[in-house]
Unconditional design. Structure first.
Length: 59
């Protein structure tokens, strides 16, 4: 009976270590700096030509 308990304890310890390693990796992935909101560099300094006031010549 002692061998079964030791085997179970070893399996549990290994599973806990693996879980801790996975959680730490997940936290490291989340801690990477994200771009600031509104700092979208893909559009550049374009004006919004799709807005309701984009064509003022039709007044």
């Amino acid at each position: 009976m002692t061998d079964a308990k030791e085997t179970r304890a070893a399996r549990l310890a290994a599973a806990l270590r693996e879980n801790l390693r996975r959680r730490k990796a997940q936290v490291r992935g989340r801690s990477e700096p994200a771009p600031a909101p509104g700092a979208d560099q893909t559009r550049g300094n374009e004006t919004d030509s799709d807005g309701p006031d984009s064509d003022k010549s039709r007044l």
